[in-house]
Design a protein around this ligand. Structure first.
Ligand code: AMP
Ligand code: TRP
Length: 330
């Protein structure tokens, strides 16, 4: 399989709560573009989700909510496969096989592992360490060549490539080269701390969720940090707001505020008000579609069940090939 011929795309989003602007700009916006021309599998990666603390009473609901977010944002189940990872157990089989060819020291050096230990010092489990192994299995079981993700995932993509190479060298060419696809806003920062990326783990006040009401967006945006002075170079906080305005705002607003910033006449309160209103407008169709889908949970569950069936067909074929290459019984 040559790079040019590989039309397969895979990406996953953890089942850890509502989706925010970082997820949308860093990942989902690309998913929607890619599904027009490629074969895509998008998964709610619940087995990854349970490596950090979670509430067993809530998780089912969270998974359904992420599915609603995906569908309302424009994932088309007639074009793409949308499924829940734990419904395709072949991922775990391949993950086990990969774990037998992965040096432990390599996993200990991956930055996200160290970050997770810092975030949850009482929750350091083996699943966290082998997180990238399962991620490599997610991608390679579909022989995906392209993975749309935010910048934070690059070490995992590098690990995936190393794993594919290690497997191919040991057992014969099976897996393709994998490329990350970064979008323009591959790293959207938190509204109240521009040194940290926008993330669910920092709490709902620090991010804007796709399903936030116009009033909530306005309130959250009001509290976003900006510069104090009006001249000079943009600080990371202002840069982040301008990036949001460029991607989600009306083009004339972006131009106007950029010119005001250059002249030193910018009013940050007005920038934030305008940005909040533009974001609310941008996601108006999303909110309407989501409301419609919320009333049809059975329809959403059916999409996920069909998605898992379609995904399993591909995953089973890869597992058969993998077992054959290794010499295991089929
Ligand atoms: P997660 O919610 O951590 O599973 O992330 C799902 C996808 O969104 C991954 O591709 C992440 O890289 C991407 N993502 C998460 N947060 C951000 C952010 N602040 N900026 C850009 N992309 C992000
Ligand atoms: N690790 C990703 C995140 O935290 C989620 C993920 C799991 C993923 N498996 C994947 C992303 C495969 C892309 C491809 O966001």
């Amino acid at each position: 399989m040559t790079k040019q011929e590989n039309k397969q795309v895979f990406s996953g989003i953890r089942s850890s709560g509502e989706l925010h602007l970082g997820n949308y700009i860093g990942a989902i916006k690309s998913f929607i573009e890619l599904q027009k021309t490629r074969d895509c599998v998008f998964m709610i990666v619940d087995y990854h989700g349970i490596t950090t603390p979670f509430d067993p009473k809530e998780i089912k609901n969270t998974i359904l909510n992420v599915a609603l977010d995906y569908l309302a944002a424009g994932i088309d189940p007639n074009k793409s496969i949308l499924a829940v990872q734990s419904n395709v157990p072949e991922h775990l089989e391949l993950s086990w096989i990969f774990s037998t060819i992965t040096p432990v020291g390599l996993l200990q050096r991956i930055p996200t592992f160290k970050e997770k230990i810092r975030q949850h010092p009482d929750y350091v489990n083996l699943g966290l360490l082998s997180y990238p192994v399962l991620m490599a299995a997610d991608i390679l079981i579909y022989k995906a060549g392209l993975v749309p993700v935010g910048e934070d995932q690059l070490p995992h993509i590098e690990f995936t490539n190393e794993t594919a190479k290690r497997f191919n060298n040991k057992f014969g060419k099976t897996f393709p080269e994998v490329k990350a696809k970064l979008s323009e806003g591959a790293r959207i920062m938190s509204l109240n701390d521009p040194a940290k990326k926008m993330s669910k783990s920092l709490g709902p006040k620090t991010y804007i969720a796709l399903n936030d009401s116009p009033e909530t967006i306005k309130e959250k945006m009001k509290k976003a940090v900006t510069d104090i002075g009006t001249t000079g170079k943009m600080t990371p906080a202002t840069e982040n707001l301008f990036l949001l305005l460029k991607i989600l705002g009306k083009p004339e607003h972006y131009e106007e505020f950029l010119a005001e910033h250059k002249k030193g006449t910018i009013k940050y309160s007005l920038l934030k008000e305008t940005l909040a209103a533009d974001i609310a407008d941008y996601f108006a169709p999303f909110r309407a579609k989501r409301k419609e889908l919320e009333a049809k949970p059975e329809y959403v569950k059916k999409i996920l069940a069909d998605g898992a069936d379609r995904a399993r067909k591909i995953a089973r074929a890869t597992m058969r090939e993998v077992k054959e290459k290794i010499g295991l019984m089929i």
